[in-house]
Structures are given as structure tokens and as C-alpha cells.
Design a protein around this ligand. Sequence first.
Ligand code: GLU
Length: 307
Amino acid sequence: MPVKGRFAPSPSGRMHLGNLFSFLLAWLSVRHEGGSLVLRIEDLDPVRCLPAHAWQLMEDLEWLGLTWDEGGDGASYWQSNRGRLYAGAFARLEERGLTYPCFCSRLQRLNEAPHIHVVSPSCPCAGFTPEEAAAHTAEKAPSYRVRVPRKTVSFVDGLQGPYSQDLATECGDFPIKRADGAWAYQLAVVVDDAAMGVTQVVRGRDLLSSTPRQLWLYEALGLPAPAFYHVPLLLAPDGRRLAKRDADLDIGALRRRYTPGELLGLLAQMAGQQDSPGPVAARALAERFDWAKVPREDITVAPELLQ
Ligand code: GLU
């Protein structure tokens, strides 16, 4: 079966060098094998995500030569238009008794940051009787969590190797729907990757610890799971992770300093695909792409790049 990868950006700001690094690896891996790519816009959070950022990131990816075959400007590839699918998956979990309403006030905030998860195995709401839950619901709209079993989920990451997590103690019951009705990343990403026929997920290492709960959701929903490759994050020389708010390394600034070939050359060197940072074409890189040369550890960006 031909490999199918994806870009799944959240349009919450301009992309930075770290986003480009992950997208380049996702693109190279798929193109090397002659597969195809989907571009899905992960705009679940109506406050942080703006269509203007989505249009800009498509233009930036095109500038760099990172093409996709499906999605992008098609409205059905924007998560904000896919609520019916998430509701269907939610109903299947609900039928199996796997969801419960949660009235804890911190949940809304946690849901807004999909990369940050606080273990909460002992949410008091898990033990509410239907009557208690109904009484609380009358006062306050609940969020919904999914009840995880006592189970260790193990998988082999294509880059990071074997990884295991005990769902009950290391993850805990996790949110799938916010009190304001917005769907949570963990549910949407599983539903969408399956619905879009994605067979290979290449993304930042910060999402490695989300993968066991996603794998469990695939299983609970009876959906086929893709293969995963979690790639290193890029760090500033002071050790902080590059983030969208650090505009110094956003692609707008980079485009003023480099041609697409020069930027690809810098990224390709960081990705272990060439010894020097010399300019290179995306196609040429794809032909000789080799996962075995990609580093596993986070990469500190050279200080000259930040100036
Ligand atoms: N939308 C997420 C982000 O931009 C990525 C999700 C994923 O790759 O699974 O960080």
C-alpha cells in the first residue's frame, strides 16, 4: 500500500524553523517512497486559530517547495468543519460507557494546550452517579473525559524506538470535549488521520507522550492506526524550545534572509541529510532521504541563525 503522510498545522501564528523542520521530514519521508500527503488545518480552537494564518502557512510551504496532494484550501480538511465526525466518534465511546462529564474548572485551560497534559487519574467526577452528574450539569456545562483502562500501551516509534506508557498512572482519564463544545485535539487527530487514510505520522517529539492514548483511542474506536515517527525539536541556544511567539525565527524573517534552497540546505544539515548547509532542492533531498541519518535528540540552533 502506498504511504500517505500529512501536515497537520494549527494556524495559531506564523510557522517557525521547528515547524518547518518537522514538515520537511514528513514530506521527505513520504516523497522518498513515492507516497502522497494531506494538508489538514487543525483549527479546533476558535480563539487561537485564524484563517489568515492558515492561508499564510500554505503560501510558506509552497514557497519552500513542500507540496501536498490533498486538502489545504478544501473546507472539509479544516477541523472546524468536521465536528460531525468527532460527534460520531464521541457517541461510539459514550455507548461503550467510556466517557463521563467533568466539572473540574482547570479542564478548559488544559484543553487549550494539547501538548501539555497533567496526569489526572483520580478526577472526582469519574465516580459521580448519573443523578449527581445531572445535578452538576444543571449548574455548569461539563467538559467530557474518556475513561482509560489500567493498561500499558507499547509501540515502536520509527525514529525514537520502543515506547510504553501505563495509561492509568502516566496519562489518566483525558479530555475529549471542552465545556464550550470545542473538540479536543486527542480525539480529532485520531478520527481525522483514520478518515483521511493516513498511514504515517511524522511530528515533533513533544507529541510522543500523546501517542499511547491516541493508539488506545484507535483501538477503542475500531480504527486502523498509522506508523509514528517523532522528530527532534529545535532549541534556541539558551535551551528554550522554539515557539510561534518567538518571531525571531518565524518564516517571515527567514524568507527575507534566505532563498528556499538555502533554507532547505540548513534544515537538511540539521536533519543529518547532508554534511554542509549548502543550498539544495527539495526533490534532490527526497531522492536520497534516509531515516537512519536523522538525529533523535533535540537540536540546538546555531546562534548565527537567530541574529
Ligand atoms: N496540530 C498540532 C500542532 O500544530 C500537530 C498535531 C499532530 O501532528 O498530531 O502542533
